[in-house]
Every structure is written in C-alpha cells, then in structure tokens.
Design a binder for this molecule. Structure first.
Ligand SMILES: Cc1ncc(COP(=O)(O)O)c(C=O)c1O
Length: 392
C-alpha cells in the first residue's frame, strides 16, 4: 500500500500518558460520541421487520433517498431522490468520486489549510492532490486565493486536474465559500472542464445565522457533487451513512450517474437497517443541531474571552462555522515542541497547525463541541503553559 502510517513523537508521548493511567484532555476532540452529549438510546435502535428483506439498489433504498430529498427540501435545498447516492460515509463518497472522475496519475484540487483526509483517500485511488491556498486577513477572516487557483489551472500540469474540492465550511478554518469565491470557482470549473466536489458536512453549524453561506446542492452550471452524512449532521459517525447529491448540466449528470451507479452497484455499501431508520433519524436532526450550535457558539466565546483579554499574545482566528476553531499563539518554541509540552505537563491533546498544512506561525485547532466547562478549564491550562514558557 502506498500510504504511510504516521507514528510520530506526539503519538508516542500520548501512549505513555495513557499507560501511566493519566487522563487525556482532548482540546481538539471532534468525535461527537465522546463529548458528553446525551442521546436517547432508542435513537440508535435499528430493529425493524423491514430489515429482514434485502433490496440491492445501487443508489440505496428509494424510501431512504426520498426521505432525505424531502428533508433537504425543507431547508430549500432541492435534489431529487434520483440524484442521491447513499454510501457508508463522506469518506467513501470521496473515494467513489475519485474512481469516477480520475484515472491513475490525475489530480484534484484541495484546500490548504485543510483536513488531511483527502490526501490519504487520493493516494488509495492513485490520484494526486494539489493544494490551493486559503489566506487569512485580520479583518475579514479566511479567503480562497482565487488568483493562485487560476495560475495552477493555467499551468502545464493543470491539465491533469479533474476536480476541485471545496469544504463549505472548511475544516479547520471554519470558513464558508463566499458568493464572490463561488462565482470565481464556477467560472474556473466551466473553463477547465472540472467537476466540483463540495463537502458540506458542517454546513448547518454556522457561528452566526447571518453569515454569508449558500449550499452547492442543485448547482447547475457545472457537474457538482455535494457530500454529507450522518457523521456530522446527526453526530452519528458510528451509524455509517453518507450521501452524494448530484447536479449540473443534464448530459453531464446523466453520464456521471450511469458510471457512479456501476461503482455503487459493485459495493452496495449502505446497510439496510440504517437506511430504513433514516426517516426517523432525520426527524431528530434539528434537536441535535440546535443543542450543538448552542455549545459551539458558547465555546467560541469562551476561547475569545480567555485568550484575547487585554495584552494577550494569543488570537482566536475568525471562524464562521463548523466544529473547530484555530488559535494562533506566540512562537515561543516550535509547534511540535509546544504540543509535546502540552501533553507532558498538562495532559492536553491539541492538534498543531502542521497537521492541517499550516506553514507559518504556531496554531492549534480547538474543538467547539466539547462541554463548555472542559473548554474553559483546558483553555486556561493551555494559556498557562505559554505564560510559564514566557517567564523562563
Ligand atoms: C470536512 C470533513 N469531511 C468529511 C469528514 C469525514 O466524514 P465521514 O465520517 O462521513 O467520513 C471529516 C471528518 O472529520 C471532515 O472534517
């Protein structure tokens, strides 16, 4: 296998701490099943007489796709059940799309900073990732560097690029695709014949309702695939259900559907019990999203209060939505050394910026979904470590 398994020093320190029986304080925790959100056990029950029947539909059970289509329509996102493919997770959705859109050696554009998932998924499909930059401005937050995208696509190797991935909002920057950026991206996709893959797993978690955001579901100018799933939408990664919504010019959509159906038919991934449960699971979505949004907004404000008091050398970067926010801290030591000290001295796990390909400065990704009491206590301990380093 081409992918490398990373066993770095931080992982080793972490292992030692666990062996010593010390408690780890995961300030970057993004696993929704480990942040003390109480869920009704009934919700996870997949018992239904309908599960005794296996109907191998390549796109997933029609009833489940219809429920999803109706659910999205309530949010004014229109996709017909015919244009929905169910799979086990967004990650699997990506791998199907790489099989569909790329030959070995082709490339896809991915945002940087970004979650390191795509790199691994691409390697497994013999596809290359080419990173396009997002830049940070103090007053307005993160922006896609459209000029850099343009010049990458205009270059000789730009011909090997088959698709552009946008994460809306991006992880870990928390930035939605702005209207101006969306327009520029669509023009570039049209001009260079690229498919657009929009990952919207965090779309319904805006820090502020007024934030500028628009879903790519139903986008008809270019062949568009929107990825989502239960993992984030309902905080149920263990249920293993994700989906791809397709739209675009009708000829492109028809061709893509036919070939995607072949891929989906080969795997028939989505499990019957979770597909049968989808209508009742979706009915619980707004309660979960409301609860988590309350936490996300509270934690963001806790981090700002603690880290941005007068004279503080730390900054909470502007974040528009999602489950993570980036903290910029003084470069008293290298990022990796600070991460190691946080673990050794405080038992705090915090993902450093290099994990997301942030090249400059010292950054850490803080979770917005942990209980506010943890956020507050662990953030203060984080700050203490820097205060101690400063005085040494
Ligand atoms: C932006 C983004 N997309 C997709 C995923 C993976 O989601 P899934 O569990 O559906 O594979 C993650 C995981 O954190 C993510 O951050």
């Amino acid at each position: 296998m081409a992918g490398e398994v990373d066993s770095n020093e931080l992982a080793m320190i972490r292992e030692q701490i666990v062996l010593q029986g010390r408690q780890l304080k995961d300030l970057s925790q993004s696993n929704p099943t480990k942040v003390g959100i109480l869920r009704d056990p009934e919700l996870f029950s997949l018992i239904s007489p309908e599960n005794a029947i296996y109907n191998p539909e390549p796109k997933g059970l029609f009833r489940a796709r219809t429920a999803l289509s109706d659910h999205l329509a309530q949010k004014k996102r229109q996709v017909s059940p015919e244009n929905v493919f169910l799979c086990t997770s967004t990650s699997e959705g990506y791998s199907w799309l790489f099989k569909l859109l790329c030959d070995a050696g082709d490339a896809i554009l991915v945002p940087k900073p970004g979650y390191p998932l795509f790199e691994h998924l691409a390697v497994l499909e013999h596809v290359r990732t080419v990173a396009y930059p997002l830049e940070y401005a103090h007053a307005s937050g993160w922006h896609i560097d459209v000029a850099a995208l343009e010049s990458m696509l205009a270059s000789e190797s730009g011909k090997e690029i088959k698709a552009l991935i946008v994460i809306n909002p991006n992880n870990p920057t928390g930035s939605y695709v702005r209207t101006r950026e969306r327009e520029a991206i669509l023009v570039l996709c049209e001009r260079h014949g690229l498919a657009l893959i929009a990952d919207e797993v965090f779309f319904d978690f805006p820090l502020d309702e007024a934030v500028e955001r628009q879903s790519f579901i139903g986008e008809d100018r270019v062949l568009t695939f929107v990825l989502d799933g239960l993992s984030k939408r309902l905080g149920m990664p263990q249920m293993k259900l994700g989906w791809i919504s397709i739209s675009g010019p009708s000829g492109d959509v028809r061709r893509a559907q036919k070939r995607l159906e072949l891929i989906a038919d080969t795997f028939l991934s989505a499990g019957t019990p979770v597909m049968n449960a989808l209508p009742s699971l979706l009915a619980q979505e707004s309660a979960f999203v409301d609860k988590l949004l309350g936490r996300i907004r509270k934690n963001y404000s806790i981090y700002r209060t603690i880290l941005e008091e007068e004279g503080s050398p730390h900054r909470v970067l502007l974040c528009q939505g999602g489950w993570t926010t980036l903290i910029e801290s003084p470069a008293l030591l290298e990022e990796e050394k600070i991460a190691a000290l946080l673990l050794q001295q405080k038992g705090i796990v915090a993902q450093p910026g290099f994990f997301f390909d942030i090249e400059r400065g010292v950054h850490f990704a803080f979770s917005l979904i942990i209980p506010p009491a943890w956020a507050s206590a662990w953030c203060r301990e984080y700050k203490e470590l820097f205060d101690t380093l400063q005085t040494q």
